[in-house]
Design a binder for this molecule. Structure first.
Ligand code: PRX
Length: 673
């Protein structure tokens, strides 16, 4: 396959996503409130009018190039801003740059050297502040540690840590020497970690003894040991001490080293390596429509200007801000908006280790009060939990330092948007609902708070320079207020470049369904003002509490259980988490359905993948509805789980199966959380 010609799909109907239906779309259609920027906010913001949009429309590559030149420090200027051989992009070709230098050195060499770079709060209540000077020293030392362990430019390093400053330090150290990092969320199981290490053939794994979560220690090192045993590429394991005496930790002689021992010996001088603008910065695994998570590859110069400029403009980031993105660094949101975006801007990034309801349900608001957070970026699921817990929790804290609020990860229902506006922002703070993906690297559809009139529930409009539209099955743009598929029409600098080790799949996943355009996997509609209303995934991806999982991944875990013959997993709508997981299971002969087995299967999936993948309900069935080509009809199962009338069953081998499933599902009832 030549890079310039994405393959046309042989059967466009096969595996074609179905448009979403249901309550969310309806409630979005009724929303009519608008919130224009207050003039006081507009006057002080980086972007207070339409100029950047107009500017970018004239020539989007030149727009990005202008900002990349003005905002970032380059070792060598590029020859060409964009080389675009669809679907392969190269940004700032010939340019040399280092992300770590841009996020640390240039600020440590300025008046910002004593400014707080990372303000960290541990779950037990301990805290730490790292100035840019501190960060500079620690990052250089850890870069030397990595070198001493044999890590060279191009080698992969897996980071399996909780939310501790050392995670950011390790990422920046990898970036400094050109070793692509791959952060694996600390909530993932050892199997999930093993699969990711194997895929990227990592040389070094960095982990910690235990991570605090809701008052208990999660034994990350123990999980890492189970994974590393099966990964021949791993030569060294670095272990950060966080739990201390509270958790015993086995150290394999020769392979395992304590972080603090290595750091003590390391020199604090390690100049940043000039790297090609397209040098790989990191791999981050995300769930797609198959059982195997895919390694999304982000590179250097383009990614950095994308996250830099979006942080500056979307969050209107100023030097005096305390910016808190509440995501975990194990997800892309943390990569782009805890680490790289804020630090590249010389900002103060706040990082919290633990759970939002620990020790009490006001923890987030206590953190806002304690540090005087001015900009907070969180998820709709968190907001809906807070709504359920009640307004007394935010009400007992001083939130007057807040000036801007953000959300990400899933559609926000207008009710949660209004709750955020009233109970957290006290009617004073603009809300930015930001749409993007692991693959996009940066926020792509979003208000700019000083320039955009917001509407509750809408992510509003594409960021300057970004092209997006809503199309029908044939790829034709649909009229205003008509549902369709969200596609992106132009390359953008922070876009993924490929999947690690699987370029064919990159082409197939994003560039085949609608030739010439990037298919997001999301459904959307655009209103008469050109505002985008995202309605959720339209492919075999479930979004539970803002976390992406693939149906097939969950099904693969289920069928690996000795009692299971066949399984189907679907996302059904859930008022709190956006989507919840229902699993339909066919047992092998000789196994009987039971409450115990149901629980075992739920735990099994949590263990195989992560607690976030634990099915909310498991339903035992004699058979599964399938098409004549043996494809499981998940759409029908979703209809059953959501209690809707059955969809079209004309392609079913045995329509009676669905009817039977429906009746038993209703009879057995669904489990509550
Ligand atoms: O379905 C969209 C949803 O989250 C998906 C991307 O998930 P992930 O790669 O894990 O990245 C999440 C954080 C960037 C999208 O395809 N999504 C993300 N933000 C929004 C959203 N849906 C609606 N509104 C949003 N603001």
């Amino acid at each position: 396959m030549t890079p310039e010609q994405p393959r046309a799909t042989s059967n466009p109907g096969a595996g074609a996503p179905t448009l979403p239906e249901g309550a969310l779309v309806q409630s979005l259609l009724k929303e009519g409130r608008t919130f224009p920027p207050a003039s006081a906010f507009r006057e002080r913001s980086w972007v207070g009018d339409r100029t950047p949009y107009e500017d970018a429309e004239r020539d989007y590559a030149a727009f990005w190039a202008r900002h990349a030149e003005a905002e970032l420090s380059w070792f060598r200027a590029w020859d060409k801003a964009l080389e675009w051989h669809l679907p392969w992009a190269k940004w700032f070709v010939g340019g040399q740059i280092n992300v770590s230098y841009n996020c640390v050195d240039r600020h440590a060499a300025s008046w910002r050297r004593t400014k707080a770079a990372i303000v960290w709060e541990g779950e037990p209540g301990d805290d730490r502040v790292l100035t840019y000077q501190d960060l500079h020293r620690e990052v250089q030392r850890f870069a030397n540690v990595l070198k001493e362990l044999g890590v060279q430019k191009g080698d992969r390093v897996t980071l399996y840590l909780g939310m501790v400053p050392e995670l950011a330090i390790a990422m920046l150290a990898c970036a400094r020497i050109g070793a692509p990092h791959s952060v694996v969320f600390g909530g993932f199981s050892s199997d999930a970690l093993r699969d990711r290490i194997l895929d990227q053939e990592a040389k070094v794994v960095v982990t910690q003894d235990g991570a605090w979560r809701r008052g208990t220690l999660v034994p990350l090192k123990r999980f890492a040991d189970q994974a590393v045993e099966q990964c021949p590429s791993v030569e060294k394991v670095v272990v950060l001490r966080r739990a201390g005496d509270a958790l015993h930790c086995e150290m394999a002689p020769g392979r395992d080293h304590w972080w603090h021992d290595l750091m003590e010996r390391a020199s604090a001088v390690c100049p940043a390596e000039p790297l090609d603008s397209e040098h790989p910065l990191y791999i981050l695994y995300t769930s797609g429509t198959t059982g195997k998570p895919k390694g999304v590859l982000h590179t250097t110069g383009g990614y950095l200007i994308g996250v830099h400029l979006s942080t500056k403009w979307v969050f209107d980031l100023k030097d005096e801000d305390y910016f808190w993105c509440t995501a975990d660094i194990g997800w892309v949101t943390g990569h782009s908006y805890i680490v790289y975006g804020p630090l590249s801007n010389g900002g103060t990034s706040v990082m919290y280790e633990g759970a939002p309801d620990w020790p009490d349900k006001d923890r987030f608001w206590a953190i806002v009060e304690k540090y005087g957070i001015s900009v907070i970026y969180t998820s709709p699921t968190l907001l809906r939990s807070c709504m359920k817990w009640g307004t007394q929790y935010p009400a007992r804290r001083d939130l007057s330092s807040l000036r801007l609020l953000g959300t990400v990860g899933e559609p926000i229902n207008p009710e949660a948007w209004m709750w955020y506006h009233e109970n957290i922002g006290h009617g004073r703070c603009p809300i930015v609902d930001t749409w993007w993906q692991t693959e996009t690297g940066m926020i792509l559809i979003t208000p700019l708070p000083g320039a955009t009139t917001t509407k509750p529930g809408s992510a509003t409009e594409p960021f300057p320079g970004v092209g997006a539209e809503v199309v029908d099955e044939q790829g034709r743009p649909v009229p205003a207020n008509t549902g369709g598929y969200l596609v992106l029409t132009r390359p953008w600098p922070a876009m993924l470049r490929t999947f690690w080790g699987d370029p064919e799949r990159y082409v197939e996943t994003y560039w085949t369904r609608f030739p010439g355009r990037y298919f997001t996997g999301d459904g959307a509609r655009c209103d008469e003002d050109g505002y985008f209303w995202i309605t959720g995934r339209v492919d075999d991806v479930v979004n539970v509490a803002g976390h992406r999982l693939s149906n097939i991944e969950i099904e693969s875990a289920l069928v690996a259980h000795p009692a299971v013959a066949e399984a189907a997993a679907i996302g059904r709508s859930d008022a709190m988490k956006g989507q919840a997981i229902s699993a339909f299971v066919v047992l092998k002969i000789g196994n009987e359905p039971s409450e115990q087995l149901r629980e075992d299967l739920r735990d099994w999936v949590a263990d195989k993948i992560s607690p976030i993948a634990r099915p909310d309900d498991v339903f035992f069935s004699a058979d599964l509805p399938k098409t004549r080509s043996a494809k499981i009809m998940r759409r029908l199962l979703r209809d059953v789980a959501e209690g809707r009338v059955l969809g079209d069953t004309t392609t079913l081998t045995d329509p009676a199966v669905v009817e039977e499933i429906k009746q038993r599902y209703v009879a057995e009832g669904k489990e509550e959380d």
